[in-house]
Design a binder for this molecule. Structure first.
Ligand code: NAP
Length: 251
């Protein structure tokens, strides 16, 4: 039997990350489910194992260098060298600029930018050694600017530059790097936005869907399917790209 390739998905206890972990397991990867709460990770990993896949749940704060080093070492030990990395962990600390605190700024930069940097640095060591790798970073349509999200939009635009640089540096080792930039996806994150705007989640979805060309909001599985392609072996000539998955044209 050929050995299973190992994929790491961060922020995978729920939302887009959980859907991606489950999708990659169905695609044949052994999956490391990383998130802040190890018990929540284990729930997703358990579902994967119940379905006949291989998975391990690992509690890691991606913004913490020591935790990242220990977590990636544990993945390599328990599953094998990670050759696929999906940097998905994310938070929002939305506010208009004049009300945004330094903590709001630092927290968002810490998880999205520093977290992706630390995770990528730890995993690329395995990828370059294996002469094979696939990295996908979660950007956002908010990278183009979004009211109340100065911190988040800056981080998500930053991830696009980070992705292109990874593609340039790592290509010769057989490693590709791409970004997926979702539009509105129905998860706890968009539910929190509805709460901040003081509208019901249902009304928020209906109102948003009316502005999207395909006339619906996105589901975590829409993003997981796109990531599934980008981490596949046959996507080896696609690198440094930003794929907007938003139900309509954005660039
Ligand atoms: P979500 O439901 O809020 O899930 C995010 C996950 O990341 C949570 O499980 C969270 O853990 C985890 N996380 C937060 N900080 C972390 C850290 N320091 N270390 C490890 N894990 C951490 O969000 P989502 O909607 O699925 O979003 C996933 C990604 O897609 C994010 O990068 C987000 O910015 C991006 N995105 C989402 C949308 C959308 O419409 N939903 C659109 C564009 C881009 P806790 O639950 O313990 O906090």
């Amino acid at each position: 039997m050929t050995e299973q390739r190992v994929a790491v998905v961060t922020g995978a206890a729920r939302g887009i990350g959980a859907a991606t972990a489950e999708r990659l397991a169905r695609d044949g990867f052994a999956v490391a489910v990383l998130d802040l709460d190890e018990a929540a990770c284990e729930e997703v990993a358990g579902r994967i194992r119940d379905g006949g896949g291989s998975a391990v749940g690992v509690g890691v704060d991606v913004a913490d260098a020591a935790a990242v080093a220990a977590g990636v070492a544990r993945v390599a030990d328990e599953l094998g060298p990670p050759v696929v990395l999906v940097n998905n962990a994310g938070i929002i600390r939305d506010n208009l600029l004049f009300k945004m605190t330094e903590d709001d700024w630092d927290a968002v930069m810490g998880v999205h930018l520093k977290g992706s940097f630390l995770m990528t640095k730890a995993c690329q060591a395995h990828m370059t050694e294996q002469r094979y790798g696939r990295i996908v970073n979660l950007s956002s349509s908010s990278a183009q600017g979004n009211r109340g999200q100065a911190n988040y939009s800056a981080a998500k635009a930053g991830l696009q530059g980070f992705t292109k640089t990874l593609a340039i540096e790592l290509g010769k080792f057989g490693v590709t790097a791409n970004a997926v930039a979702p539009g509105f996806i129905q998860t706890d994150m968009t539910r929190a936005t509805a709460e901040r705007l003081k509208v019901s989640f249902e009304d928020f979805i209906t109102h948003t869907a009316a502005q999207i060309p395909v006339a619906r909001v996105g589901q975590p599985e829409d993003i997981a399917a796109t990531i599934s392609f980008l981490v596949s072996e046959e996507a080896g000539f696609v690198s440094g790209q930003v794929v907007y998955v938003a139900g309509g044209p954005l660039d």
